[in-house]
Every structure is written in C-alpha cells, then in structure tokens.
Write a protein that binds this ligand. Structure first.
Ligand SMILES: [Ca+2]
Length: 375
C-alpha cells in the first residue's frame, strides 16, 4: 500500500511522462454532445463508408465502422477471439436491428450516437490510462533510492518460496514482480516475454547466472538485466492500457432506485431460470441470475474477483439463499432484490478495487479513425 501511494505521487510530480493519456470518455461526449460537430462527423463518416454511393450502408459497408468501434473498445480483430467476434456481431446487429440489410443515414446517426454515449459512460466509470513504457521509468527506478530496498524485499520474497534459485531464475522471477509504476510492462504477456524479456536477458553477459543467487550477486546482476530490458524497451516501447475499477455499490444503488429498470432487468434474467409445474424456481439458481444481473448492477462476473465472490457468499449465507428451496417468482425477485441491497451495503462500507494492466498490441486511440472528427 505504502509503496504504491508513494510511486503514485512521484508519478504526478514529473510532467505527464508517466501519467499517460487518459481515455475517460470526455472526448467522445464532446463529439456526440455538439450537434453541429456530430452531424458533420456522421455526414463525413457515412459518405466515407458508403462505397457504392447508394445512400445506404450495407452490412459489408458497415464492417469498417464496427471494427473501429471494436478496436476503440480495446477488442482485437473479430477473427482472433470468439469473445470479440460476439461483441462485433452485437455492434453490427445494433445497426441492422438483427435483420435489416441496409442502414439509412438517420439510423446510422442514431445508433452511432447511442453506442458512443454508452462507450463514454463506460470510460467515465472505468477510465483507461494509456501508458507508453519505453524504458525511461525503469532506468529511473533502478538508479533511484528505492531500488535497493525494494529489490531486497522482492528477493527475500522469492527466496522464501523457492530456496536456492539460480541467479538467472531469480532475475526472471523478480522481473515478473516489477510493476508498471516501476516502468516494467506486465511480463505475463507472451509478447513482452518473447520480444523484450528473453532477448534482453540473452544479450546480458550471464556466464555466472547458473550459480545460486546471494543477495549481493542478485542485486548486481539484476541491475544489469534491468538495464538491458530498458534498452530493449527503448527500441520497442510497449503500450499498456491501465484500468482501475472500484466496486463501491453505486451501480446497485442506481439500479435499485429505478423500479422500472429493476423490474425489467429482473424479468429478463428470470427467463433463463427453469420452472417446475407450479411455476416455482429453485433458489439454487439465484447465483446464476445474480451473474446475469451483474452488468446492470456494475458488478464483476462471478468468479472474476475473489474478494467480491467472498462478499457475495457472505450475503447469500445471511439471507439463507443456499437452502435450495423452491419459491414463486415474486419471492425469487424479492430475494434477489434483498441480495443486491445487502451487497450494496457491504460494498458501500468496504469498496473493492482492482486494477489491471494489459498490453495493447494495436494502439487504441490512434488506430481508431472513428474518433478523429474530420473537418
Ligand atoms: Ca451503400
């Protein structure tokens, strides 16, 4: 905690170098919010997409816009993962309403505006900070005052779980423990491993690295290795999308405050629950339905965050939700509302924060021509 906040403040101290570009949706709202600019933008975009100039957009003509939106959301190209393929088809079907073959300019404008507003809201909730990791911060870290104490603590952490490691293995493990704040891209990323870490270690003179590491040899050799990593980052900077999400219950509060929305959301989710002859449902399905409600309540999916699963588990115990009894749908809904309310109170008292760093292989903002309002 301590080291985290201190590196955070040094982050603000140096002009913009580490703070990166923040995607918080404000630029999108600026675009959509200004009727004249947005109309212009739509006009231009539509014209650009309408390759055969028939005044409508066919599904094929829409594809570039859809991948643009996808890449702005940080999705890889449709073919590369079933997940992003799914989202791409969802975006497409927003435009075509699932069956239309052609999309008019009015429709295009309306749907685009809806999608962009939704996207902006998402970025506002969970801003993405784009960091360019080019070795400078890493050099600063290894030449700074905190280098020794932090590396000694990392070394003893490594030693305590894996005794008698070679210098080489200690260095690899230590690199994995460095953070983005210390100038190291996430080494869980295979690209980073094969393009930065491995070549950087190879280019070091590591003749003695098979020997067991002592604290002294580790510090000296690690510094050499990190300098080499920094050189490789200088040649091939890594772009990292950094997000921090805080689950503080506000999403649930919003949902519970809107009776109509809540009812609608519950009814849709309940369609997925099997009913017996008397129309009753088993309480065993509460978790499934809660998971279906998660996006509307700004909750993470079940199983994604251990701390959250624990909080949910406590609430389930509290309201006796695990007894497997059969209940009518109004009772089922009442229980769900109660569960949501209790999770909300828990989160309001103890918000859960998670941060993630993922390597962006195609820069988000610059690869997307969608958000460059052309004049
Ligand atoms: Ca056309």
């Amino acid at each position: 905690m301590e080291s985290n906040s201190s590196s955070r403040s040094s982050l603000g101290g140096r002009e913009k170098k580490k703070s990166g570009e923040v995607l918080d949706g404000s630029n999108i709202m600026e675009l959509v919010g200004n009727e004249e600019v947005f109309s212009n933008f739509v006009e231009h975009k539509f014209h650009e997409l309408d390759k055969d100039h028939d005044g409508t957009l066919s599904v094929t003509e829409l594809h570039p816009a859809v991948s643009d939106i996808g890449s702005a959301l940080g999705l890889p190209a449709p073919a590369s993962s079933p997940d992003s393929h799914h989202i791409h088809s969802q975006i497409l079907s927003e435009f075509t309403h699932g069956n239309q073959e052609k999309v008019s300019k009015t429709e295009f404008k309306k749907v685009l505006s809806d999608i962009l507003i939704g996207m902006a809201a998402g970025f506002k909730r969970d801003p993405i900070v784009i960091l360019r990791i080019d070795g400078e911060d890493l050099l600063e870290f290894i030449n700074g005052l905190s280098f020794e104490p932090e590396m000694i603590s990392i070394f003893s952490e490594i030693e305590s779980s894996d005794q008698g490691l070679s210098i080489r293995d200690s260095i690899s493990k230590a690199l994995e423990k460095l953070t983005v704040e210390q100038g190291m891209p996430p080494s869980s990323d295979p690209w980073v491993v094969s393009n930065i870490v491995e070549p950087a270690l190879l280019s070091c003179d590591g003749r003695d690295w098979e020997k067991p590491a002592s604290q002294e040899t580790f510090l000296v050799e690690f510094k050499k290795a990190a300098e080499s990593v920094a050189r490789h980052l200088k040649d091939q900077p890594v772009i990292v999308a950094h997000t921090e999400n805080t689950f503080d219950g506000s999403g649930i509060r919003r949902l519970l405050a809107n009776k109509f929305e809540l009812d609608k959301t519950l009814n849709v989710a309940l369609e997925n629950v099997p009913k017996d002859r008397n129309g009753k449902m088993s309480k065993d399905h509460l978790r499934l339905v809660l998971d279906l409600l998660a996006p509307s309540a700004s909750l993470p999916p079940v199983g994604a965050i251990e701390e959250m699963d624990k909080a949910v588990g406590d609430v389930f115990k509290m309201v006796n939700a695990d007894d497997g009894k059969m209940v009518r749908d109004d009772e089922f809904k009442k229980l769900l509302t109660e569960i949501l309310g209790s999770i909300m109170l828990q989160l309001e008292g103890n918000p859960i924060s998670v941060s993630s760093n993922s390597v962006v292989h195609e820069p988000l903002a610059s690869s997307s021509t969608l958000f460059q309002p052309s004049s």
